[in-house]
Design a protein around this ligand. Structure first.
Ligand code: ADP
Length: 214
């Protein structure tokens, strides 16, 4: 299977689709998860970025690049890049690294969704504080069996501190502002595929798999 770089507005479903692909043997590299882990460890980096993320702003290109560089330098399988690149500078840094590592067997998938639908998803999003499994209280097929309890491990479900209306708008607008040159960059490399991400996660995952199997 080819590797995949997801570029998508917040709450388009990158994380959910990634979880469905992991069973195929992919290494999942999520910059948001890595940054949240730093915050929960209360590391020096975590304390530096906590406020930036809660407000919906971007962490610096250098910090995030350092995190993904470590992962890509130690790859043992195809990868899913979830949350990187988010600026044209990040796209160029990534391109240079992939060239150095002689990795070209990947596709870039753009998951398209509008602000209203993405906001609705984000405001309903919950995840397990222990195992990280994802749920959504607004969608029947994604609700936990018991309110606020994880189906898989029985722990509590929590919302993300940046999944509030104010911060979500900043995240969405930041995406729109930064995305045009990233899209052009991958279009010119013939790597870009657009998918409508509003048809449900099963259908979207099938379309992603078709592109990666080609
Ligand atoms: P979402 O896509 O729903 O916004 P993520 O978990 O991918 O969620 O990202 C959450 C936050 O983590 C972002 O709003 C940003 O603050 C930070 N972040 C993640 N990836 C990057 C990146 N590549 N560059 C800068 N900041 C990032």
């Amino acid at each position: 299977m080819k590797s995949v770089i997801f570029i998508a507005p917040p709450a388009a479903g990158k994380g959910t689709i990634s979880q469905k692909l992991i069973d195929l043997g992919y290494m999942h590299i999520s910059t948001g998860d890595m940054l949240r882990e730093e915050i929960s460890k209360k590391s020096k980096l975590g304390l530096e970025i906590e406020d930036i993320m809660a407000k919906g702003n971007l962490v610096s290109d250098e910090i995030v690049f350092e995190l993904i560089k470590n992962k890509l330098n130690n790859l043992k399988s195809s990868f899913i890049l979830d949350g990187f690149p988010r600026t044209i500078n990040q796209a160029q840094m990534l391109d240079k690294l992939l060239n150095e590592l002689k990795i070209d067997n990947y596709e870039v998938i753009y998951l398209d969704i509008n602000l209203e639908e993405a906001m609705h998803r984000a405001l309903g999003r919950l995840s397990c504080e222990k195992c990280g499994a994802g749920y959504n209280k607004y969608y029947d097929q994604m609700k936990p069996k018991v309110d606020n309890i994880c189906d898989k491990c029985g722990s509590n479900l929590i919302g993300r501190s940046d999944d509030n209306e104010e911060s979500f708008k900043v995240r969405f607008e930041t995406f729109v502002k930064n995305n045009a040159p990233i899209k052009e960059f991958y279009e010119s490399k013939n790597k870009l595929h657009m998918i409508d991400a509003t048809k449900g996660s099963e259908k979207t995952t099938e379309e992603v798999k078709e592109i990666l199997n080609d």
